[in-house]
Design a protein around this ligand. Structure first.
Ligand SMILES: C[S@@+](CC[C@H](N)C(=O)[O-])C[C@H]1O[C@@H](n2cnc3c(N)ncnc32)[C@H](O)[C@@H]1O
Length: 276
């Protein structure tokens, strides 16, 4: 099969699978480009080049079954950089870039950063690459995620400056008020919201990365109760939250004696709390 035919086949296949035609064409180009090591739009320069129909159909079938595009490409873009991703590890979301923006915007004392729930490592790695911190520690409970995070550390030459620890949230770290910032995009999906998540997310992404307990606030509650003992004087805690959690988080922050301010997304929802 030639690229010309593969473009038509891919679009037709993904439209049949339920994607709108525009999206089907974009995804076809991305998958085909991935298979051939070409940029999606460069495919049009090589329309007569041969493609393995079997390999291409295999990718299309997986996509049609609902496997997220990032898991097929094994790569994802975050804050302008490319990171490795694999099934079993949460696909970084654009809203998590607000968490990075918030940390980069706030005044903080000197000192290292601690991230809880590092996943693929994109947050910690981006903050070090942006020059905000020179050292950090990340805690993660899942081996699959730690292995992807380690690959990403090596990809950006940060293995000497970031320590990754396997364990349960704050428990493996000594509460010695050593950190300038504690940062997390915690699991914050409630049981009710879980049922409404797209099939792609429910069936293919790790539930441990999303499940925030009955009301979605288990990890947020726990972090607000414990994080102060890890922060240096004037240090801050940064938490990504669900679009509908601002009120509940304000109440929890007040109970635990934090002052809180929020960073909003483009729709005006508070998505990151900064706690001091
Ligand atoms: C929402 S994901 C965030 C991943 C990554 N930081 C990002 O923003 O793409 C939450 C992460 O916390 C991890 N996690 C969940 N419970 C944990 C626990 N008790 N201790 C450590 N990590 C945990 C999950 O495995 C997952 O990688």
């Amino acid at each position: 099969m030639r690229i010309r035919e593969a473009l038509a086949l891919g679009k037709e296949f993904l439209v049949q699978a339920g994607l709108p035609p525009e999206e089907a064409l974009i995804e076809t180009r991305v998958l085909l480009g991935h298979l051939l090591g070409l940029k999606p739009l460069d495919l049009y320069l090589y329309l007569e080049r041969p493609v393995s129909e079997e390999a291409f159909r295999e990718l299309l079938e997986e996509r049609a079954r609902g496997v997220p595009l990032a898991y097929l490409l094994r790569e994802v873009e975050f804050y302008g950089r490319v990171f490795t991703i694999r099934p079993g590890v949460l696909i970084p979301r654009p809203e998590t870039e607000i968490l990075v923006e918030a940390v980069l915007s706030e005044d903080l004392p000197p000192g290292p950063i601690l991230e809880l729930g590092v996943g693929s490592g994109v947050v910690l790695i981006t903050l070090l690459l942006e020059g905000r911190f020179s050292q950090g520690i990340g805690v993660e409970c899942r081996a699959e995620a730690l292995s992807v995070a380690r690959e990403n550390l090596a990809r950006y030459g940060l293995a000497q400056r970031l320590l990754l620890v396997r364990g349960d949230w704050l428990s493996p770290i000594k509460a010695s008020r050593a950190f300038a910032a504690v940062v997390s995009n915690p699991p914050y999906v409630s049981r009710e919201e879980w049922k409404e998540l797209p099939r792609e997310v429910r069936e293919y992404e790790p539930p441990e990365a999303l499940d925030g307990g009955p009301d979605g606030l288990d990890y947020i509650r726990r972090t607000l109760a414990e994080a102060r003992r890890y922060l240096r004087p004037k240090g801050k805690l940064f938490l990504e939250i669900g679009y509908n959690q601002q009120k509940a988080v304000e109440n929890l922050a007040q109970q635990e004696g934090w002052r809180v301010k929020f960073y909003k997304d483009l729709l005006g929802y508070a998505r990151v709390g900064v706690f001091a």
